[in-house]
Design a protein around this ligand. Structure first.
Ligand SMILES: [Zn+2]
Length: 226
């Protein structure tokens, strides 16, 4: 499948386009990508795995974005906004996998017709948007990341991960990077989530040690030598 539409997307408005329409919102131009499906399937599929940060089911409460969903991808510190939906299928706190259906494209909020508005912000270690003074309230052009996440490299990673490999294939994973930097050699397990003192942690076993971290606190990875 392709993302965010199963049948492929058509770009209807690029990032930064039409500054004359966006000055009234304090923006230097369009703060995302407007996309429409190439065929009849209007379901919107997650472009990256993450956790639902916001789900707005009331188009009035959602203001310009109407019915919308915001998903945080902690590993890459990215916040994705899916706006103008007709309906959303998810709830705040849900864990979402890349390619999972989030809702239906619609025209709620401030639109001139049905489309998906896809927004992307980078965040700090706490998940707060950075560079909010960039003229786009911290939004950046999602196009290069979407291309990466829909490309051949990602397809190969997805297939390799589905085979439950012994060796790591996700070279962006924080624990794996940490283990590599410290010479802990090969990965022996997938990432293992656990809870301690009411907090979420993730552990992973390598040849020379067990690496662990509080979820989201990626700067503070620790390890226990074996
Ligand atoms: Zn838009």
């Amino acid at each position: 499948m392709t993302i965010p539409f199963a049948v492929g997307s058509r770009l209807t408005q690029a990032f930064g386009a039409n500054p004359q329409n966006y000055a009234q919102f304090g923006l230097a131009g369009h703060e995302g990508l407007d996309l429409a499906p190439q065929g009849a399937d209007k379901k919107v599929y997650a472009v990256e795995s993450g956790i639902v940060r916001e789900d707005v089911d009331d188009p009035v409460q959602g203001k310009a974005y109407g019915i919308n969903v915001v998903i945080y991808a902690p590993t890459n510190r990215r916040l994705w906004t899916y706006a103008h939906l007709a309906e959303n299928y998810v709830k705040k706190g849900d864990k979402i996998l890349r390619g999972q259906a989030l809702g239906l494209m619609g025209d709620t909020g401030n639109t001139t017709g049905p489309h998906l508005h896809l927004g992307l912000q980078s965040t700090d270690a706490n998940g707060n948007p950075i560079n909010t003074g960039n003229g786009f309230k911290g939004f950046i052009n999602p196009a290069p990341i979407v291309t990466l996440l829909t490309g051949l490299e990602q397809a190969a990673l997805d297939r390799a991960n589905a085979a439950k490999p012994w060796m790591p294939v996700n070279n962006t994973a924080a624990l794996w990077r940490f283990a590599r930097q410290r010479g802990l050699q090969d990965q022996q397990t997938d990432e293992i989530p656990f809870t301690y003192g009411g907090e979420q942690y993730i552990a992973q076993v390598f040849n020379k040690g067990i690496v662990y971290v509080k979820a989201g606190d990626w700067e503070n990875i620790k390890f226990i030598p074996k």
